[in-house]
Design a protein around this ligand. Structure first.
Ligand SMILES: [Zn+2]
Ligand SMILES: [Zn+2]
Length: 373
C-alpha cells in the first residue's frame, strides 16, 4: 500500500529556520514541563511532554479534567522511553483519579502510538475520527509486506534513482513499528460535535491535508484550542501525496482547513500544538502558514518554466538539500513536492508528460497567468 508517512513534520517550507522569530506570536510559558511532570496551562488543562525517537524529538500531550478522572489527548510513540516517561508521570501524579478516555487527534505514530496500551491499561475507550482510525489500521497492516508495485512506480515517476528505490524497499512497512496494537473498536468523533469533558464543552473541528480527518478540540469557555499537528507555531506541517492516492490534492484541503479554522476559532485562544510550545496568535500563524505556502507555489511556478521532474523541484521548495542517500528524507520531500505539483495540476496551471522510462515531467501551461498568491 502506502509509504510510511513521516511521523512528524520536519521540512520547513516557508524557508525560515525553525528558531526564527514569528511576528505576532506570543509564548506565554517559560518552557515545557519536565519529563514526568504535568503543567497546568488553563483551568483543568495540563501540558505533558513526551520524548520522540525522531529528528523532532518531542510531542505535547494534554490531560483534561474529566470530572471523575482525566482524559488524555494523544499518547506518544510506542517506545520504551515513552512508556517509562508515562510510568514516571503516573508515579508522581498527586491526583489518584483514573484515566477516563483517550482522545487521539490523528493516526501518526507519535500521536496514536500508545493508545492501545493506555486504553487497555485503564479499561477506557479510544475516541477519534473514523477515517483516522480506519486509515491507521490499514497502514499498520502493511507491516511486514513487500513494497507494492504501485508504490515503486510512484517513486520511479518522481525520478528516483535505482539506489533510492532499493532504500525505499528496505524501509517499507515501518509505519506500525512505533504503534502498540490498536484497540479493536473506537468511539467516533465527528466534525462539529460538542463534547462534554468535565465542566466544559469542547467542539471537534476536523481539518485535512496533513492527515485524512484530523481532529482539533476547541473549548470556547476556556478559550483553548488543542491544534494537534494542524497548526504548529515554529514548523509547517507535512502535507504530502502518498502512493496509495497519487492524484490527491491535499494542499487544497490543507489551505481550506486553515481558512476554516480561522473562521471558526477566534484569535484570542491559547493554542496547544502537538509540537513546539503553547502560543497565542492563531490568526497571525495561519496567515504566515498561508503566505509560506503561496510563496513556495510561486517559486515552483517559476522553476516549471522548463520541464522538471519531482526530484528537480526540491531546490525551489525546501531550504535544506535533499540527497539520494536518506530515503526517509527523500520520501518526505517527494510527498510534499508532489502535493505542490498536484495542486498546480488541479488548478489547471501545469501539465504532466510521462517519458519512456515512466518518469513524469511537469511544466507550466504556456501563457497561463498565475491564479494564486
Ligand atoms: Zn505530530
Ligand atoms: Zn502528524
Amino acid at each position: 500500500m502506502q509509504a510510511p508517512p513521516p511521523a512528524t513534520p520536519t521540512l520547513t517550507m516557508d524557508g525560515q529556520p525553525d528558531a526564527a522569530p514569528r511576528p505576532g506570536l506570543v509564548y506565554p510559558f517559560e518552557g515545557p514541563p519536565a519529563r514526568g511532570h504535568a503543567m497546568e496551562v488553563a483551568p483543568g488543562v495540563y501540558w505533558i511532554r513526551m520524548p520522540l525517537p525522531y529528528a523532532l524529538d518531542h510531542i505535547n500531550l494534554w490531560a483534561l479534567d474529566d470530572g471523575e478522572g482525566w482524559a488524555v489527548v494523544d499518547t506518544g510513540a510506542r517506545t520504551d522511553d515513552t512508556v517509562a516517561a508515562w510510568r514516571e508521570l503516573f508515579a508522581r501524579a498527586p491526583d489518584p483519579r483514573p484515566m477516563t478516555r483517550v482522545f487521539v487527534t490523528h493516526m501518526h505514530p507519535d500521536h496514536i502510538g500508545l493508545a492501545g496500551w493506555l486504553t487497555r491499561k485503564f479499561g477506557v475507550r479510544l475516541w477519534m475520527t473514523r477515517l483516522e482510525y480506519l486509515s491507521c489500521r490499514a497502514m499498520v497492516s502493511d507491516c511486514g509486506r513487500e513494497a507494492p508495485d504501485d508504490a515503486i512506480a510512484f517513486c520511479r515517476r518522481a525520478g528516483w534513482s535505482g539506489a533510492a528505490i532499493e532504500g525505499y524497499r528496505a524501509r517499507f512497512g515501518n509505519f506500525g513499528k512505533h504503534i502498540h496494537a490498536l484497540p479493536d473498536s473506537f468511539r467516533r468523533l465527528r466534525d462539529g460535535e460538542e463534547l462534554r469533558i468535565g465542566a466544559h464543552s469542547w467542539r471537534v473541528i476536523v481539518g485535512s491535508g496533513h492527515s485524512p480527518e484530523h481532529a482539533c478540540l476547541y473549548c470556547p469557555a476556556l478559550k483553548v484550542l488543542i491544534s494537534g499537528d494542524q497548526i504548529l507555531p515554529r514548523i509547517s506541517s507535512n502535507v504530502s501525496v502518498h502512493p496509495t492516492e497519487p492524484d490527491a490534492d491535499p494542499m487544497a484541503e490543507w489551505l481550506a482547513s486553515l481558512a476554516r479554522i480561522r473562521r471558526e476559532v477566534p484569535d484570542d485562544v491559547l493554542v496547544l500544538p502537538a509540537h513546539n510550545e503553547c502560543f497565542r496568535g492563531l490568526h497571525a500563524r495561519i496567515a504566515a502558514l498561508e503566505r509560506g505556502q503561496h510563496a513556495a507555489l510561486r517559486r515552483l511556478r517559476r522553476t516549471l518554466a522548463e520541464p522538471r521532474r519531482v526530484v528537480d523541484v526540491f531546490g525551489a521548495l525546501f531550504a535544506r538539500p535533499i540527497g539520494d542517500g536518506d530515503s526517509g528524507l527523500l520520501g518526505m520531500a517527494t510527498g510534499e513536492a508532489q502535493a505542490c505539483l498536484n495542486h498546480l495540476m488541479h488548478l489547471g496551471e501545469t501539465t504532466r508528460t510521462l517519458d519512456g522510462e515512466g518518469v513524469a515531467w511537469y511544466r507550466m501551461v504556456a501563457a497561463e497567468p498565475a491564479r494564486e498568491g
